[in-house]
Design a protein around this ligand. Structure first.
Ligand code: 3PG
Length: 390
């Protein structure tokens, strides 16, 4: 039985991918083999010695100590793209909220009172305060053209907007998905000088910390509205708040409220709703549960943020061994020598590496004795060893 600990609510549809005859899943469970989580902050969490895998039912992994996990030989899986449509729709909603002054207009109506004929008069008298503009013909800048950014760019283009993208690391796959109408910016500054809306879809890493800051905002085209459905810290909130006050930019729509932003006249702060749709929660949970299961049962690695991709077909006869080790010379030699010293015949073998981590899958023709595991564990550079994967 594999034990799976959930550190946040994970959609039942995903948990159903872990069959009850092989998995015990609970929000409180000792000695977990894997954890599934969403935004739970794992940085100060005590890592159980039994932990073999982490599944982030979402995209961002800044709540997980990924480097520490790599050193422990634990893969971190996420669900890239699984909530992209939900985020895309919220970005469109954000632009519409801003362009049509919908929140102040809604507040205006909520404060009306009196007989219906009186309300009707106030409606007609008041509406001129909320005259907005249309998105078609306006320019949107998208920083980060991953699964979400590409969807946002294409949807905005379909609404008749001019779209400019910026992503020095765009993948070939995402480039294929991107509408040919999306123009390319040479830099963030170049983009800021041209756009009425700016949306960010990048992970929170050193390179994106404070990406939109006071200096860059000096280049902003007048009337700019910024949308941050990525992460707190990518946009400098103080700089944005000052730029709004100084009329350098028009407004800020963010999924990451704080005391500075709450109640700010031209800020709409939402409670981290980007991926909060039933569909996205299901998609993320299913994707990540399947990936964690395939890793626990077969050593397959797909959509890991710190481990190499790997998959080796299974045969009925083979007994599988998974070794996670430091990516240094002579590891394969040591692993195969240990196996050979115990008179096991290697039927199939696969080795993949990524950064400092390497993984080796070996199928052998006989039961793998504990001594093999013990001597592999004792081998310099070996981080984890697993047998009886099924
Ligand atoms: C993500 O990184 O996938 C989103 O920010 C969603 O986070 P959540 O799963 O906590 O809603």
């Amino acid at each position: 039985m594999y034990k799976i600990l959930t550190l946040n609510n994970i959609s039942v549809k995903g948990l159903e991918r872990l069959p009850r005859d092989g998995y015990e899943v609970a929000s409180e469970i000792g000695h977990p083999d894997a954890v599934l989580l969403r935004s739970f902050k794992m940085h100060d969490w005590k890592i159980p010695t039994t932990l073999k895998a982490i599944g982030r039912a979402g995209a961002g992994v800044n709540n997980i100590p990924v480097d520490k996990m790599s050193k422990l030989g634990i893969p971190v899986f996420n669900a890239p793209g699984a909530n992209a449509n939900a985020v895309k729709e919220l970005v469109l909603a954000g632009m519409l909220l801003a362009a049509r002054n919908l929140l102040p207009a809604w507040q205006y109506v909520n404060n009306l009172s009196g007989a219906d004929s009186e309300i009707s008069k106030q409606v007609e008298a008041g509406k001129k305060q909320f005259v907005g503009y249309e998105l078609a013909g306006r320019t949107l800048g998208v920083i980060g053209l991953g699964a979400i950014g590409v969807k946002v760019a294409n949807a905005a283009n379909a609404l008749g907007m001019n779209v400019i993208g910026y992503d020095p690391n765009i993948t070939v796959r995402n480039a294929w998905q991107l509408s040919a109408h999306v123009k390319q910016a040479n830099s963030v500054e170049d983009m800021l000088s041209q756009v009425e809306f700016l949306t960010l879809h990048v992970p929170f890493i050193d390179a994106t910390n404070n990406l939109i800051n006071q200096e860059r905002l000096q280049n902003a085209k007048s009337g700019l509205t910024i949308l941050n459905f990525s992460r707190n810290g990518i946009v400098n909130d103080v700089a944005v708040s000052e730029a709004i006050k100084a009329n350098i930019i028009n407004g800020y729509i963010t999924d990451f409220p704080n005391s500075l932003l709450i109640g700010h006249e031209r800020v709409v702060a939402l409670p981290h709703l980007g991926a909060s749709t039933g569909e996205a929660e299901e998609n993320c949970a299913i994707m990540v549960a399947e990936q964690v299961r395939d890793y626990l049962e077969n050593g397959t690695i797909k959509n890991s943020v710190n481990f190499p991709e790997m998959k080796m077909p299974r045969t009925k006869e083979g007994n599988r061994l998974l070794v996670v080790n430091a990516n240094v010379p002579r590891m394969i030699e040591r692993i195969s020598a240990t196996i050979a010293n115990h008179n096991l015949n290697i039927m199939d073998m696969l080795n993949r590496s990524r950064g400092d981590v390497a993984c080796t899958l070996v199928d052998v023709d006989n039961e793998i004795p504990q001594e093999v595991v013990d001597s592999l564990i004792a081998t310099e550079g070996v981080l984890t060893v697993r047998t009886k994967l099924r």
